[in-house]
Write a protein that binds this ligand. Structure first.
Ligand SMILES: [Zn+2]
Length: 391
């Protein structure tokens, strides 16, 4: 099979083909057509989705020279209407052609070659063979790309013999070794001539706009993320929506968002500091109260609190001269935290039993066992066990 219908004309949305074969495969069926407008995954461009005789096609792959359309149900042999999911395809055409344009201008203006391209559902990216892309270069490249969109340059494809490539000054990311026969060239008038089998828009104006987002260092160079066409508008819409929602929560206008969030963060920090101080003070009081008890085992359970709080309570009790066993727990249901303190050799002996009773995991320095408990309702049994130790 030579060029596919979708390569000869990327704008065909529906056409009639003959179903030559349909066989069970995976959870669906592999359908072979006489020709196709559904692009098979390749060259960094994902597979098209669409329908054959009204049956959904969820993947298209080229396997051993054959184009396999993965349909969700069987289709009858003979003539059938094939339709492409156009919004998905046009989005791919925009992202893919934008990649050609960015690649060409990054090479011509900065000398950076593109080593790979990833067309994903979020931002797409290309990898450039340069260690670093400065902020200024990013701004300049974006401006060059968008100027070329405004210029409305035609994008077209043709086939030439492989031997003609060198004399035409063609850019390529590599051709299969030993390739002979025709090679497909995709050109952007006055900008680029590239070997490519993918689908492209017919004019750079159809790209609408390209936004370069950010760069990231990778082992072999720099990854450059971008959005093209409809994705730019969608991303802007989502960003404005987020601004509006955050603004409504903070009762702030879009321009006042940063001020409002900064004030909130400052207040939160101050409050955390205050809560910390109050906790320490509370722990001191509770610890002193516990230490005044003549119980053999000092116990305390609080619905709220964490390990640092239980630790502060224990320290406060010790400062008051208490040398009793301590069993402190915190948590609103069965799950929470616990802290046991007593004579080191006794704590070591009881360790496994306590952990099992409380369904807990934990550790601690000699004389201390603390951690997360999964059965706080059993704390009374642990207290009884510790009391038995003392008697
Ligand atoms: Zn291409």
């Amino acid at each position: 099979m030579g060029l596919l219908a979708c390569q000869r004309d990327a704008k065909i949305r529906m056409f009639e083909a003959a179903v030559l074969d349909c066989r069970p495969a995976g959870e669906g069926f592999d359908v072979v057509l006489s020709d196709t407008i559904l692009y098979p995954e390749g060259g960094g461009q994902p597979a098209d989705h669409g329908t054959i005789a009204g049956v959904a096609v969820v993947d298209v792959q080229r396997v051993d020279g054959e184009i396999l359309h993965r349909a969700v149900a069987p289709v009858a042999l003979g003539p059938a209407m094939v339709e492409v999911d156009w919004s998905r395809r046009f989005d791919h055409m925009q992202q893919h052609t934008a990649q050609h344009l960015i690649t060409a201008l990054a090479q011509d203006r900065f000398g950076w070659a593109t080593t790979s391209f990833h067309l994903r559902s979020g931002p797409c990216d290309i990898e450039l063979d340069t260690e670093r892309v400065s902020e200024e270069a990013l701004v300049e490249l974006e401006e060059l790309v968008n100027a070329m969109i405004r210029a409305g340059r035609p994008v077209s494809a043709r086939e030439v013999d492989v031997s003609a490539l060198e004399s035409l000054g063609v850019r390529t990311r590599g051709l299969p070794a030993g390739l002979t026969g025709p090679v497909r060239l995709v050109g952007i008038e006055g900008v680029d001539l590239n070997t490519c089998g993918g689908t492209h828009v017919g004019n750079t104006a159809e790209l609408e706009s390209v936004k370069l987002l950010k760069t990231e260092s990778v082992t072999r160079g720099t990854r450059l993320f971008f959005l093209a066409g409809g994705r730019v508008r969608r991303a802007l819409g989502e960003a404005l929506e987020t601004h509006q929602q955050v603004g409504a929560v903070l009762s702030a206008s879009a321009s006042g968002l940063v001020t409002a969030v900064t004030r909130l963060a400052d207040e939160s920090k101050a409050r955390a500091k205050l809560v910390g101080a109050l906790h320490r003070e509370l722990a001191t009081h509770i610890g002193a109260q516990l230490a005044a008890s003549d119980e053999a085992v000092l116990t305390l359970h609080r619905p709220d609190g964490d390990l640092p709080f239980l630790d502060s309570v224990t320290r406060a009790a010790r400062r008051q001269g208490s040398n009793q066993w301590v069993l402190l727990t915190a948590g609103s249901g069965e799950e929470g935290v616990f802290l046991v303190e007593g004579p080191p050799e006794r704590v070591a002996e009881l360790r496994a039993e306590i952990l099992e009773t409380l369904a807990a995991r934990g550790g601690g320095r000699p004389g201390r066992l603390q951690g997360k408990a999964g059965r706080l309702s059993a704390r009374g049994r642990v207290a009884d066990r510790l009391r038995a130790e003392v008697e």
